[in-house]
Structures are given as structure tokens and as C-alpha cells.
Design a protein around this ligand. Sequence first.
Ligand SMILES: CC(=O)SCCNC(=O)CCNC(=O)[C@H](O)C(C)(C)COP(=O)(O)OP(=O)(O)OC[C@H]1O[C@@H](n2cnc3c(N)ncnc32)[C@H](O)[C@@H]1OP(=O)(O)O
Length: 415
Amino acid sequence: MALEIRDVANSADDQDAWFRAVYTGFLTAEPPSAENLAERRARSDMSRARGAFDRDRCVATFRSFAQELTVPGGAVVAADAVSGVTVTATHRRRGLLSRMMGADLAAAKERGDVVATLAAAEYRIYGRYGFGPAAVLTDRRVDRPLAGLDPRWTLPEAEGTVAFVDGAEVRKEGPGVHDRFRRTRAGAVDLNSTFWERQTGELRWEPGGWKEPFYALFRDPAGVAQGIVVFDVQDVWKAGQPANVARIRKLYAATPGAERALWRFLLSVDWVTELRADEHDPDSLLPLLLPNARAAAITGESDLLWIRPLDVPGMLTARRYSATGALVLDIRDPLGLSDGRYLLDVSEAGASCAPTTRSADLTLDTGTLSSIYLGDASAARLADAGLLDAETTGAPDRADSLFRTGRRPWCPDTF
Ligand SMILES: CC(=O)SCCNC(=O)CCNC(=O)[C@H](O)C(C)(C)COP(=O)(O)OP(=O)(O)OC[C@H]1O[C@@H](n2cnc3c(N)ncnc32)[C@H](O)[C@@H]1OP(=O)(O)O
């Protein structure tokens, strides 16, 4: 019997089967409870969720939803966020993902979305669909005694306050802090409506149980919440000495002052000798705040946010550039959605971008454009690696002078 791919938006039974298939696809053996399924159905945007069904069994899942992606300069673009992609191991490599992805991207293009986004589980899945890695995450570990900080430090009142708060306060202030934060940082996205409930244990969807973390809120001198950190502490003692490990789950700062204050606060907690910030900002201020920056070692780095151009002029005119100049980009698209030669012209007044018949300066595919777009990858380095063709002398360097950004892009939120 042929496999049927269908929308699951209008059927509770199909949605339950869909969520169960997500658990199986992500290798979670314990199935979701009936209560969990009911909550997920009620609280998730399933309007663009599709499943592949083998009789009444869901064997592949795919969902997309409307998202805002912040681009360099602080504007946001309309994104088609792809999520919940699974094919059950018994039905893999039969083209199910390709069919669902092809249909979703074509619909997103038709709708006028500027890019598609996703958090890639594995590097080799999404390049074939025109996606490219656009921002990375780093793991850092701070050896606090080595950092050389003054243990007498306390936040000067003139700079603001840090206070421990409860989950209710986090649910009240968190959305505003995150919304202000994400508009300051290229690569950041808006959050779904369940995010803070899940962070604070109001909704307990994740398998494996809930452990209440600590929450600390930074308010600026005017009393406005500008930063929030969610962290837990592992109770470790060695030879009668406290050697606790603080693990950052989330840290959002809408201002540099908030970021400095929250790191300094975390580094001042007695008993804590090690701080771990996994899957965190690749351009965090953290090492710069330490007398000994080497005490904040990078222990890992990985790509997570991948993006895919759908509307090249919309995408290139939305961001701000670091210089003025013109560049002709010949874009190759493996799915044929955004092919073409475009003139990007950046002047003091802003950027314009339109199809052109002029000869190209750079030839690149949509995935490579994605890597350059938010400012993380260097066109010169990609050209040296053979991933981008320079058609005119110095074109990669000119691209770098345009696309370069201040702080590196960062997407702290998996979706
Ligand atoms: C945004 C997110 O949700 S990220 C989460 C992605 N999901 C997972 O990682 C869960 C575990 N993996 C899976 O469920 C599946 O392997 C999927 C969804 C990644 C791919 O499903 P498949 O049924 O294999 O997809 P499909 O048959 O359409 O494959 C399309 C092509 O991609 C290739 N491909 C698929 N997955 C991988 C992979 N992990 N590594 C390398 N190549 C892959 C296939 O070989 C195929 O290539 P071909 O066209 O040259 O033959």
C-alpha cells in the first residue's frame, strides 16, 4: 500500500500519531502520555504540520510555522521555520523527507517568506535542499579560581540590580527581556508561546523529569528587566571543599550592561568553582570580563541554525552593511527556487537588490549565501575552500567588507 502524506491540522487522532512518531523518530523510547499529547495538541501550532502514514501509523513528520529572524542591523525577516522533522527508522531513505520539504519550501516561497530556517540535527541532511549553516554555538567552561576575579565584587547600585526570582516572575518578565534581546542580535528568532512555561516547569513535556533551576533577573537603574539567567548547580565537594558546578541553561541580555552584570554575578556565587555555558553565544563577553581570559576555555563548537534563501532581494535589502559598494551575485539553487543573477548595490541611503544582466562578481549556491548572510562566514575563506567562485579580482574581499558584522550572529533557541 502506498504511503500517504497528509496535513494533520484537522484531526486529533492524526496529531496524536504525529507526536508519537516524533518521539520514535528522535529515539525517545517512552511514549508521550495522554495528558502530554492533549497539551501538545492544544498548545502547538499544527496548522502547517504534515505526516506520512502507512495505514494508520504515522511514519514521518514535518512541521513549519511563521517565525521572525533578526538580521544584521536589527530588522526582522519573515521566516518559514522548519521543525519536528523525522522519518521512522523502518521507512527511512525512501524520499519522504524530500517530498515533505519540497512541498513546504514551495508553499513558503509562494507565501512570500524571505528565508526558511531550521536547527539542524546533523550536518549532512539539509544542504541538498539549499540550506547552509548560518550561526554556531560554543561550549565554554570557566575555571573560576584560575579566572583571577576579585572575590569581594558586588554589583554597584548605579549599574542596576540582580535578584533571585521565582518561575512566576520569569514568566512575567522573560518574554519582554527576550523580545528586546533578540532584536539586538542577528540570528536570533522569536519564541513560541510555550517557551517560558517549559523553562519554568509549568509545562513538563520533555522526557526525563523536571529539576527546578535558579532564576536571576537583572534590572537596569530605571528598574526595567534587561537580562535573565536560568541555571542549575551541581552539588560537588572535594576533600571538604565546595567545588560546585553551575550550568547555564539560558542567558539573555538585552543590553551589554545586563550581560556584564549577569556574568559577574554568576562568577561571584560562593561554592561555585566551575561555570559551564554549553551551546552558548560564540561571541559572548564572558572571557573579556576575566583578568585571565584563558580561564574561559572553549570546549566545543557546532553549527545549529541553518537558513535557506527564498527571496534573495528581500533578504539582501533587509540587512545593514558595513561598507558601501556594488556586487553581482550569481546564485545557484539546488531546488530552483531562488536562482538568478542579482545586483546588490549598497549606498549611504541603504541597499537595493534586483535581477541583473551584468556579469557576475561571485558565483555561489544558496547554502553558501546563507553562511555569509548573517556575517558569520568569510567569503574569502569560502573561496579559498572552493565553495564560492570569484569571477572578478578581489570580489570575495569586497563581499567581506560589505557583509562583515560587529558581534557574530547567535541563535540561542532551538525550535
Ligand atoms: C529541523 C529538524 O527537525 S532536525 C531533525 C532531523 N531529524 C533527525 O535527525 C531524526 C533522525 N533522522 C531521521 O529521521 C531521518 O534520517 C531524516 C528525516 C533526517 C531523513 O529521512 P529520510 O527518509 O532518509 O529522507 P529522504 O529519503 O527523503 O532522504 C533524502 C536524501 O537525504 C539523504 N539523507 C537523509 N538523511 C541523511 C543523513 N542523516 N545523513 C546523510 N544523508 C542523509 C538520503 O540519503 C537521501 O539522499 P539521496 O536523495 O541522494 O538518495
